[in-house]
Design a binder for this molecule. Sequence first.
Ligand code: HEM
Length: 572
Amino acid sequence: MAATASTASTLLPGPVAGSPRSGSAACAPSAFRRRRRPAVRCQSTSVDKQQQEQPPKPKQRNLLDNASNLLTNFLSGGNLGAMPVAEGAVTDLFGKPLFFSLYDWFLEHGSVYKLAFGPKSFVVVSDPIVARHILRENAFCYDKGVLAEILKPIMGKGLIPADLDTWKQRRKVITPGFHALFIEAMVRIFTKCSERTISKLEELTESEGQVLLDLEAEFSNLALDIIGLGVFNFDFDSVTKESPVIKAVYGTLFEAEHRSTFYIPYWNIPLTKWIVPRQRKFHSDLKVINDCLDNLIKNAKETRQEADVEKLQQRDYSSLKDVSLLRFLVDMRGADVDDRQLRDDLMTMLIAGHETTAAVLTWSVFLLAQSPTRMRKAQAEVDSVLSNGAITVESLKKLEYIKLIILESLRLYPQPPLLIRRSLRPDKLPGGYNGAKEGYEIPTGTDIFVSIYNLHRSPYFWDRPNEFEPERFSVQKKDESIEGWSGFDPNRSPGAMYPNEIIADFAFLPFGGGPRKCVGDQFAVLESTVALALLLRKFDVKLRGSPDEVEMVTGATIHTKNGLWCRLRRRT
Ligand code: HEM
């Protein structure tokens, strides 16, 4: 089945929003360039009081929209019981990122609605109680549906698209790889790579004390270097150079995003692989990466030192030359696996851990640059915490405000903005807040979007949902009128590294939730904390032009259309 363009612009889970950004302005994938959206003031989807009280008027639909909705209803068997139906206008596809429309329909139709859109229909969920049911309480009733179909040619049987049986086996093996000493070793890698970026920026500001550059591109390179070293001990060094492998990685990411925005699964049409130039390029890019990964796997296997998991987790990571996840996976006793599966695992991690982190850093700077008081507060924390000694997991714990900034950026710009599921059996979704008391029956094969964007900006669960307020995570919040939601309580998950889905009872899902929650959450939070802290320690950052000029586009991640152009000035 094809990914429809309706699913499109928000389809992929993570990081496949690739755009070749080596040092230049971000190159938005073509589907997003089709129509220039008027500049979006990213922070304001304007959910003001009036809008909440008076649902937006349904948009005028044209012939194409009506035909499309008729087709949808015909193909998808009409309504799902009492579930409200939003008949999306296909013309909206060309106007703005889909998740903006999903938000408007959420305000109009409620927390669970069926979206009849193009030739397909989806259930859109914007409610923590329903999200908890799908992601945690009944998680194994769902797989990744459309998403898996798109990602399989790239990630094979990696964790994200894997069928449930493969996923269970591989998740059991991969999760222990993210143990405490590995994370500590990663912090050293985050620091080394971030310092390399900072040195480059220092050189650029050497003569004039300031420079104008696209920070999104810099973050993209930085995140690529980190994920390469952390996952398979390969130094892309993309911050300072270009290479065929780097180009191939960006090329592959770019194609993955293009696929997510296309009606027809053109990549399944026989012979296109040889005839269509972009398909040929994609396959040659994939071959470059696969050859590189195969080599790394071969080397790791040749130097294998088999040991039990516990022993591996206690290795002296400070003296190991290769601290990567690949080393761990290859050395693990009893986890013999073929090279193909290992390669799929690595490719998945490379893609899942790259653009997501680059995006959260980009939006953190974007938001901070508009809030000079918070920028100064963040810099004061960095100055005081990092003034003495090396960066360690312990010192990072003290960078509490930086971490809250990262998490608040993920609230406003979740990566990915949608989670995708398909029901493997009939299920009954809870009605959620303001929904049908008896819930909603759904048949096997129902495609679901859990809209993290809507959840994170829900006027029912957040105060001032569109404002950037990192401080909000320190405050308890409980709304007795919302039956079935335990509210926001920072004490619910003592010792948590960051405000997570447990603390917010699924109203906040920065890394998903339930068994398929992100395996790299701690990796990502610490990585972003180090990178942002080191940048703020050395530089003041101002946006070039007004925030309105920074247009948002989405694929797997929410990124900017033309990069995040900032003026960096050395701090005195
Ligand atoms: C800021 C950075 C990141 C964000 C926002 C993020 C977000 C997410 C989210 C929301 C999911 C759940 C997807 C779903 O339920 O459909 C996920 C899954 C996943 N993430 Fe991350 N991620 C980040 C970084 C990373 C990193 C650094 C890695 C690896 C080193 C990683 C590896 C994965 C993997 C393998 C999965 C699939 C887990 C499974 O299905 O078992 N992510 N991520």
